[in-house]
Design a protein around this ligand. Structure first.
Ligand code: SF4
Length: 452
């Protein structure tokens, strides 16, 4: 998962992109970067770490430009290294171009091997570089090179390209990853989520449609639909469950409201459940827990306290010290928990290791009965489309039956939201709107690299 942001025709383009990236930081913390167009000459600054670690007043001041594109990265293809940090900036047959990508290509290895056999030399191991090599082989203006190259890609992509005098945004025909359009005075903004537009004082215009390409140049915008319409979409439903910010607007509804409705739906599925309180696992389970409490009539208690100041500082510590970090990150409030029964609401169960530790700490604090309510179906398959889920073998629902999972986590009861109700509540009951591959194992796009 990554976050992308771009703004046209603004003398403060780097500073505004910097702010936009801050609001998208939840989508990637490994690296950050900004490329600017300074009168037809592109420059970029990328670095490892958080936006606040990569950019200072001085580095931003060294990025003058009238248009900019930025990226925050969480690696799904390619290693976590500076070579893979984006925007990737290169010079090729179409001149200079910078690219920011959110998604994951499922034929990247196949295409890369083919391109290397034809003499291409890659600088990075990320899949995003492939599109630059494909474009370099096409003739005509840059937008034509993009249009001819993109149909060769399989998988998920929302791309923003910055070229001298042009900003181009495009979303794959199935629309896996989001991309929205906004305005700030005469400037156009492209961003992964609506709060990034609002945080720079802009107004949200609309979502870029699946398969749509927009070309922003000379203060004007042109919209094209250059790809064959697949007759359905495959929007990642996990964006609604977990990834997107609660204040993001998707299809005129906030993500908060979507999660609240999912929580209500979960409570209806668990009709008759008895407990002293509903407890969210913050922050991911919070809005669903509010919905659950409303629907069930069981009072909501914030009985787990989240520490927001930990960052990633423990990543290099020993296993035994890292074990303690879950306790540091989420601590039970003992006097709320002691002797009580609870419905513990979380968004999803992936490996199950974190949930096991949370439950152990609640038990230690005296919780009497824990009914775990998961606001998504069991995850049985890996994501190939830009989310860093573990291998299939590591997924708890793939390794264990629900009863084995319940025992492993250490709860008294366990309930997953059904796929049918997830889709109905999210407005995708006809099965033609959302990707649900991680719950069903049915992948909506071709995955040549994975099928080898
Ligand atoms: Fe989203 Fe799951 Fe599909 Fe990946 S497999 S795009 S996480 S719904």
């Amino acid at each position: 998962m990554c976050g992308i942001f771009a703004i046209s025709d603004n003398k403060d383009s780097a500073q505004l992109t910097h702010l936009g990236l801050f609001s998208l930081q939840h989508r990637g913390q490994e690296s950050a970067g900004i490329a600017v167009d300074n009168g037809g000459k592109l420059n970029a600054k990328v670095g490892m770490g958080l936006v606040s670690q990569v950019f200072s007043d001085a580095t931003l001041a060294a990025l003058p430009g009238n248009s900019a594109v930025g990226h925050v990265r969480y690696s799904t293809a390619g290693s976590s290294s500076i070579q893979n940090a984006q925007p990737l900036l290169c010079s090729h047959s179409h001149g200079q171009v910078a690219i920011a990508h959110n998604g994951n290509l499922t034929n990247a290895l196949t295409l890369r091997a083919k391109l290397e056999s034809m003499g291409a030399i890659f600088q990075a191991s990320t899949d995003s570089e492939i599109i630059l090599h494909l474009m370099a082989r096409e003739k005509g203006p840059i937008e034509q090179a993009i249009i001819k190259s993109l149909p060769k890609l399989c998988g998920a992509y929302s791309f923003i390209f910055l070229a001298p005098g042009k900003l181009i945004g495009v979303r794959d025909p199935l629309g896996f990853r989001p991309l929205v359009l906004g305005r700030l005075g005469k400037s156009y903004i492209l961003a992964s989520e609506t709060p990034a537009i609002e945080c720079v004082g802009g107004t949200v215009e609309r979502e870029i449609e699946p398969g749509e390409m927009v070309i922003i140049s000379g203060g004007k915008i042109k919209s094209l639909h250059p790809f064959k319409d697949p007759g359905r979409t495959a929007v990642c439903i996990f964006e609604r469950i977990y990834f997107a910010r609660p204040d993001s607007i998707v299809g005129e509804k906030s993500i908060q409201a979507c999660r609240y409705e999912l929580g209500r739906c979960l409570a209806r599925e668990m009709k008759g459940v008895k407990a002293d309180m509903v407890v969210p696992v913050p922050d991911s389970g919070t809005h669903a827990a509010f919905g659950f409490a409303k629907e069930s009539g069981i009072p909501l208690k914030m009985a787990l306290m989240r520490n927001h100041y930990m960052g990633r500082s423990f990543i290099n510590f020993t296993q035994s010290i890292r074990e303690l970090t879950v306790r540091l990150k989420l601590a039970p409030i003992k006097d709320l928990v002691k002797g009580k029964s609870m419905v513990l609401v979380d968004d999803s169960l992936v490996r199950g290791t974190t949930s096991k530790k949370i439950v152990a700490s609640l038990r230690q604090a005296g919780a009497r009965h824990i009914h775990m309510a998961i606001c998504s179906p069991a995850i049985i398959s890996s994501c190939y489309y830009g989310i860093d889920t573990p291998t299939k073998e590591e997924l708890i629902a793939n390794r264990m039956t629900p009863e084995e999972t319940r025992k492993y986590i250490g709860v008294d009861e366990l309930h997953y939201l059904s796929t049918k109700n997830l889709l109905e509540t999210s407005g995708g009951a006809n099965g033609k709107v959302f990707c649900t591959a991680c719950f069903t194992g049915k992948y909506p796009a071709k995955n040549p690299d994975m099928d080898k």
